[in-house]
Unconditional design. Structure first.
Length: 188
């Protein structure tokens, strides 16, 4: 689970912006005798505030980019390569060599940069939170969804390992959770 401490950074950034706005408002007050409006000079303090705000934003992004050991373990299990999907579509997953744990997910008309998110079910889940895209990888298939649009972009995408698992499940299906349990003989 990623833990970010953005609240203090946001408060600092907001205070810096308020100070910049108030100094800008006093610099813009002019008398009625001037024919032309003069552009206010950029003060050193305003430049420093702007620089500090950029540094705070960069620090927030860097903190969010760092993945936990649990997320890195999930990333090791992601199937990469070009995966054929239903209806002739395909999705290409590529691990980012510069940022371990991050993946580029490419397909027709989309490109996402995703990172692993822990799940309670054990399914592998990658997300691009800005775009609202989610990649779910199960043992027998994978799918790509866009949560913002509420649509499935690709379904039944399978690597060779997933194809083998899907065939094994066809031959030996798992029992349904809706089926009644079989009685067990008790011997004394």
């Amino acid at each position: 689970m990623k833990i970010t401490h953005t609240a203090p950074a946001v408060v600092t950034l907001a205070a810096a912006l308020l100070m910049a706005a108030s100094s800008l408002a006093t610099a813009q007050t002019t008398t009625g005798h001037t024919a032309k409006k003069k552009k206010p000079a950029v003060s050193a303090s305003r430049t420093n505030l702007k620089s500090a705000a950029k540094n705070v934003a960069a620090g927030i992004e860097a903190a969010e980019a760092a993945l936990t050991p649990a997320e890195l373990q999930i990333a090791e299990r992601v199937e990469v390569g070009k995966l054929p999907c239903e209806l002739g579509a395909s999705v290409t997953l590529t691990a980012d060599a510069k940022a371990p744990g991050y993946f580029d997910v490419l397909g027709k008309n989309f490109k996402y940069r995703m990172f692993p998110v822990p799940t309670t079910t054990g399914a592998i889940r990658l997300e691009d939170q800005k775009a609202g895209a989610v990649w779910l990888q199960l043992a027998n298939k994978s799918m790509l969804m866009n949560q913002k649009l509420g649509v499935r972009l690709a379904d039944e995408c399978m690597s060779p390992t997933q194809v083998a698992m899907a065939e094994a499940l066809k031959l030996n299906p798992l029992p349904s959770v809706l089926d009644a349990p079989k009685p067990v003989a008790i011997t004394k």
